[in-house]
Ligand binder design. Structure first.
Ligand SMILES: C[S@@+](CC[C@H](N)C(=O)[O-])C[C@H]1O[C@@H](n2cnc3c(N)ncnc32)[C@H](O)[C@@H]1O
Length: 585
């Protein structure tokens, strides 16, 4: 009896292990059957894989988690959610069943455009460059959760965007010997996103538009919207309450080690509300929503993810995301970031880069091409990030920033106030369209920096660059015929030329006869860059000297280019002409 008892004792533990293993196997076998039900929980993380922190806010909006985001705050939330279950299955065979099931989140968007080919689903992004990438699993094609990510344009080799070979060949063909490509961080890199809010309170859609459409690829199960009965925006009827959510992350927190700052970023949330202002009758719901987010993600919550919440009021029927009225609702007023060695304040209405780390890498490289003591004009400057960082690091004599968005002025002012004292640099910020009388902005600058939107440079800017780059003398002549700078009487032009902001008013001596020797072109639109590059060089005015590319949007076929052009000297031009004549003979 005693021996029998001992045998039972000995057999029980292995038996228990076998039973657990069998149960797990059975569970895994049955898992595919419940995949359609799991899909909403799985697809959102795939879409959001590369969103560094903003997805946490969405997780706040949604009870499902993002198992692939590894910051401690995200993990905390994920631990509370059950969503990691389907995504922890790395079986790539399950991916087909998931994707062929066009139900749940994708089905909702799909029903609106049933004729779209499936391949289109793989190329989801917001117009204007908002792109979502998936993380590769070690096996390659699939994401870490075993599914293919609808936000990706390519599924493998995130460190080699497909366009890279073409870019390399292009620069090689133009005699650039030192081309480099910086691969950057391949996942969880995104620090900024704008998501559309559509659908109904019971079945809201939050996410990106498919390329070229206004169909939303959903991040499902929004808790805040359903619980508070927020009415998503209806584009056809122009009704509803919440139109978009913009999220911007700051990684600026000097109290924690640098390595941790990216992981522990805070999110500035902007709610685009469909009303004229905060006095509208649905404004109470806006307060409820911001309080909900603050309660669950603000400083008193377990996660403390939200830096601040803003409201933007927009009633326009156009595609423009933001209206003119902004209100700061809760949290800190200023969002600081560290770019190019200086503190930069980014209000929600200013342009901000989506990939903070890669942008800093670009600034570091750009720095090498600006001689100390330069006079710089930064066209398409946004809040003046590039100009301000050069003012501090290169002891520039002057920096002129030219930007069309007047709201960026405040960000510029705040950032300028944090520059080190006694820089000895006159820094000005001008609110104007760079394509109107661009020669005026080039005059007096030895370095011109252009960072235009995706569509590239305006023809008038190209024309001005071609003309000033002839020879010193010719350019000077061109100045009088081209611009009639001295006779300018139009008040709006004169107003634009007056600095909207001026930091340090040290007068500049003899700079007006200076014309740019160096042109630094930063581009996020490869096709438009090629076109502009061709135009600039066709006039023999500029010579392409160096080029670098940065993986700003891993998982997409977009690339950020930094190209350095040098003005061709008269001697070189003559030599070239002679050689051409000789050849012709
Ligand atoms: C790609 S962003 C670059 C911003 C800035 N360089 C930065 O990195 O923060 C392009 C900027 O050009 C501005 N912009 C667009 N069209 C413009 C124009 N015609 N004249 C001046 N600025 C313009 C936009 O408002 C935006 O801030």
């Amino acid at each position: 009896m005693h021996t029998q008892h001992t045998v039972h004792h000995l057999l029980l533990p292995p038996l228990a292990v076998v039973l657990v293993v069998v149960a797990c196997r059975l569970f895994l076998l049955l898992l595919p059957a419940c995949l359609p039900a799991c899909l909403p929980a799985c697809v959102a993380p795939c879409l959001l894989r590369h969103l560094r922190v903003p997805c946490v806010v969405l997780v706040l909006l949604s009870p499902t988690g993002c198992p692939d985001c590894s910051s401690s705050a995200i993990s905390d939330i994920c631990a509370a959610g059950a969503s990691s279950l389907p995504c922890s299955s790395s079986s790539s065979s399950s991916s087909s069943s998931v994707w062929s099931s066009s139900s749940s989140s994708f089905g909702v968007a799909c029903r609106r455009r049933p004729r779209r080919a499936w391949s289109r689903w793989r190329r989801l992004w917001l117009r204007g460059g908002w792109r979502w990438r998936a993380r590769r699993s070690a096996s390659g094609g699939a994401t870490a959760c075993g599914r293919r990510c609808s936000g990706c344009t390519h599924e493998v080799d995130l460190d080699k965007p497909p366009v890279l070979q073409e870019v390399e060949n292009f620069f090689k063909g133009h005699g650039v010997g030192d081309f480099t490509f910086s691969r950057g961080r391949l996942r969880e890199w995104r620090c900024r996103a704008k998501l559309a809010i559509r659908g109904t309170p019971e079945n809201p859609l939050i996410g990106l538009y498919q390329e070229g459409t206004h169909a939303v690829a959903d991040i499902p199960e929004c808790r805040a919207i359903s619980e508070l009965n927020i009415e998503p925006f209806d584009e056809d009827a122009s009704t509803g309450e919440l139109r978009y959510v913009q999220m911007a992350v700051t990684t600026y927190n000097t109290s924690i080690p640098v390595a941790k700052r990216y992981e522990q970023g805070r999110v500035q949330v902007s709610l685009v509300w469909n009303s004229r202002d905060e006095r509208s009758k649905n404004a109470e719901k806006l307060s409820l929503l911001s309080e909900f987010l603050w309660r669950n993600g603000g400083p008193r919550s377990n996660v403390h993810l939200i830096h601040s919440i803003w409201a933007n009021f927009q009633t326009s029927t156009s595609n423009i995301i933001f209206g003119h009225k902004w209100r700061h609702l809760i949290g800190e007023n200023d969002l600081w970031e560290r770019y190019g060695g200086v503190d930069i304040s980014l209000d929600p209405y200013s342009f901000g880069q989506a990939n903070t780390l890669s942008f800093n890498a670009l600034l570091h490289t750009l720095n090498k091409y600006v001689p100390r003591g330069s006079t710089v004009v930064d066209l398409y400057s946004g809040a003046g990030v590039i100009g301000l960082s050069l003012a501090a690091s290169k002891k520039c004599r002057s920096v002129k920033c030219v930007e069309i968005n007047k709201l960026s002025k405040m960000s510029f002012e705040k950032s300028a106030s944090r520059l080190p004292p006694n820089l000895g640099c006159t820094i000005t910020w001008h609110n104007t369209d760079a394509s109107v009388e661009p020669v005026h902005w080039l005059e007096g600058s030895s370095v011109v920096i252009v960072d235009p939107p995706r569509k590239g440079l305006h023809p008038s800017v190209i024309c001005a660059l071609q003309k000033v780059a002839l020879s010193e003398r010719k350019a000077y002549k061109a100045k009088s015929t081209l611009t009639k700078v001295k006779d300018e009487k139009r008040p709006w032009i004169l107003r634009a030329r007056e600095a909207a902001v001026q930091v340090d008013s040290t007068p500049l001596e003899g700079s007006s006869e200076t014309w740019p020797e160096t042109l630094i072109y930063i581009s996020c639109g490869w096709d438009s860059f090629k076109k502009d590059c061709k135009s600039l060089m066709s006039s023999k005015a500029w010579h392409l000297q160096n080029a670098h590319a940065f993986n700003f949007f891993p998982g997409t076929d977009s690339i950020e280019v930094l190209a350095i052009f040098k003005r061709e000297s008269e001697a070189v031009q003559k030599k070239r002409k002679k050689a051409k004549k000789k050849k012709a003979k």
